[in-house]
Design a protein around this ligand. Structure first.
Ligand code: ATP
Ligand code: MG
Ligand code: MG
Ligand code: MG
Length: 558
């Protein structure tokens, strides 16, 4: 590829819209451009890198026997009503009507559609197992799109779905996908950890997330120094009580109203779509709930407050005590009318007697008024903190930030029951198909790769992801000998490698800067030493340079 013909609008200045390195660099290296909030165009250089990630995913999925399909992005409401998610998914689901006044949504995920497809085609156990995946555009109307491709509204996801005849087989598939994911992220040269995870709105019985370690990660993961315990703190529960018995308010006790509710029912009751509640902590004092901790992109009327807080969590706290909440996961809704935002840390322990909203219906949550908050059960769970020990081996815990690039779920029969996806077993008896689902954010993975592979001068692409492997740089493009040699070399190298040839009539400084910025692993410069039939080879990652006689230019790059 000739730079002079390539659509690669690089930027010298750091774009002000970008807060993190990967986002900045993807804009500066001419990979993406923003159309509107959370919606991006991919330019040739960015798209090529994206395709590299996709192809790794595709190769590993195919190798495991999964088959690629392509499902529609526009999905009819009826399917979502049948699964119950039309109501529960909340505002992340973009809904609209067609000319016949029928409702549709832009697919944020495809459990319903794939289950519908499979239920119509699968008759007997002989048709199973099936493992189908697609690489396709998703839309989620994220409350806070940010960090470029990291959290966008329109994004490319690989989503896979497995269908097995029983639990044993479904689990086998799950662990197979677990290994596939490890291979994928290893091939992407990512430093990642696999952690136990919550199942969120997707639902199901158990799940793992693949977390790329990075300070800018929006998730907090906890792992043991001693054993292999690792979890998203959303999932990590402590074995010790949230408040030690001696510290508990005297009147605090479990309340049983006529209907005893589970935590799940409480979240239902709160109707905090899209049900991203992962833990509900309800402290009770004087037989009234004193604090409710929720997490997520709920349908609250205080979106602004949440933005201000830059937090995932909102606490609604009538008079009482809020304790032991983990830093950065917590925000505090101040007294009504005051809206005093407080970014919480463990000093929340010292915060007592705060009053917050929701004594007006619909104030925080649709349909919820704290006065009729007849919560029945005290849920004695809380996020793990640095003061805790490993729940498995009591070893010391470490906390790190992570970017969720992949997420796998064992779904069980959640969707097959809701949508009646069944098969006839060997005895001719009708059984529900056992499902699993497996997602990877393609754009987010690319962003995570750049987040882990860059320096102050630009991107440092791993060889497996680099859109080109060689940056061929001719310094003096007016010199006939330079041009001739460059053309010849370009031809030779191109039979083995994807070569990016900087043939522009620009100052050398500009070319070197662009080469560093776009991060192609190897740079071959035709400069002064060409007189001695030598070229300079620079390894982007290490900065090492070597002078090599053209005749000895080896075509294999490590
Ligand atoms: P998050 O917790 O970051 O909102 P999620 O748990 O909602 O992600 P899943 O439903 O598990 O996401 O989707 C599978 C994968 O899709 C995620 O692991 C992530 O890599 C990717 N993904 C999800 N939301 C986005 C987004 N808004 N932008 C880019 N990638 C995303
Ligand atoms: Mg999400
Ligand atoms: Mg998540
Ligand atoms: Mg997830």
């Amino acid at each position: 590829m000739y730079y002079s013909r390539y659509f690669l609008p690089t930027l010298k200045e750091t774009p002000s819209e970008a807060e993190i390195n990967s986002h900045r660099l993807m804009l500066r290296a001419g990979m993406i451009r923003k159309l509107t909030a959370g919606i991006y165009s991919y330019l040739p250089f960015g798209l090529t890198a994206l395709r590299k990630v996709e192809n790794i995913v595709r190769e590993e999925m195919n190798r495991a026997g999964a088959q690629e399909v392509l499902l529609p992005t526009v999905q009819p409401a009826e399917l979502w009503q049948a699964s119950g998610r039309w109501e529960r998914y909340g505002k992340e689901l973009l809904r609209f009507k067609d000319r016949h006044e029928r409702f549709y949504c832009m697919g944020p995920t495809h459990e319903e559609v794939i289950t519908d497809l499979v239920r119509k085609e699968v008759r007997s156990y002989r048709d199973l197992p099936l493992n189908l995946y697609q690489i396709q555009t998703k839309f989620r109307d994220e409350i806070r799109p940010r960090f470029g491709l990291m959290r966008s509204r329109e994004f490319i996801m690989k989503d896979g779905y497995s269908f097995d005849i029983d639990d044993r087989n479904a689990e086998k598939t799950y662990w197979q996908m677990y290994d596939v994911y490890k291979n994928i992220f290893t091939r992407c040269d990512l430093d990642f950890k696999v952690v136990e995870a919550e199942t969120g709105t997707i639902g199901g019985s158990f799940s793992h997330e693949f977390m790329v370690l990075a300070e800018v990660g929006e998730d907090t993961i906890v792992f043991c120094q001693n054993c292999d315990y690792a979890a998203n703190i959303e999932k990590a529960e402590v074995v010790t009580p949230a408040i030690s018995p001696s510290e508990r308010p005297k009147s605090r006790k479990e309340i049983h109203t006529p209907n005893k509710h589970t935590v799940e029912e409480i979240t239902e009751f709160l109707n905090v779509s899209p049900q991203k509640i992962v833990k509900t902590i309800i402290y009770l004092a004087d037989e009234k709930p004193v604090a409710v901790l929720v997490r997520g992109d709920h349908d609250i009327n205080e979106i602004k407050l949440q933005r201000l807080l830059d937090c995932k969590t909102l606490i609604m706290a009538p008079p009482g005590i809020v304790k032991n909440l983990t830093k950065a996961e917590v925000g505090f809704a101040g007294p009504i009318g005051l809206n005093i935002p407080i970014i919480a840390d463990n000093s929340l322990k010292n915060m007592v007697n705060f009053v917050t909203g929701a004594n007006k219906t619909d104030y925080h949550f649709i349909n919820v008024n704290l006065d009729d908050f007849k919560i029945s059960q005290f849920a004695d769970v809380r996020f793990i903190t640095s003061e805790d020990r490993c729940p498995r081996c009591r070893g010391e815990l470490e906390f790190k930030k992570g970017i969720e690039v992949g997420h796998i779920f064992k779904l069980g029969t959640k969707y097959s029951e809701a949508l009646k996806a069944t098969y006839l077993d060997a005895q001719g008896k009708e059984q529900f198909i056992i499902m699993g689902c497996y997602g990877i954010g393609i754009g987010r993975t690319l962003a995570a790769i750049i987040e882990q592979h860059h320096d102050e001068n630009g991107i440092i692409f791993p060889l497996s992801i680099a859109p080109f492997q060689i940056y061929l740089l001719a310094i003096d493009t007016k010199n006939q000998k330079v041009l001739e040699t460059a053309e010849k070399l370009y031809g030779q190298l191109s039979s083995h490698w994807q070569v990016f040839y900087d043939n522009r009539d620009e100052r050398p400084g500009i070319k070197f800067k662009d080469a560093d910025l776009i991060g192609i692993p190897l740079r071959i410069t035709l400069g002064r030493d060409l007189k001695k039939e030598k070229v300079e080879v620079k390894i982007r990652k290490t900065g090492e340079t070597l002078l090599i006689p053209i005749t000895e230019l080896k075509l294999n790059i490590e």
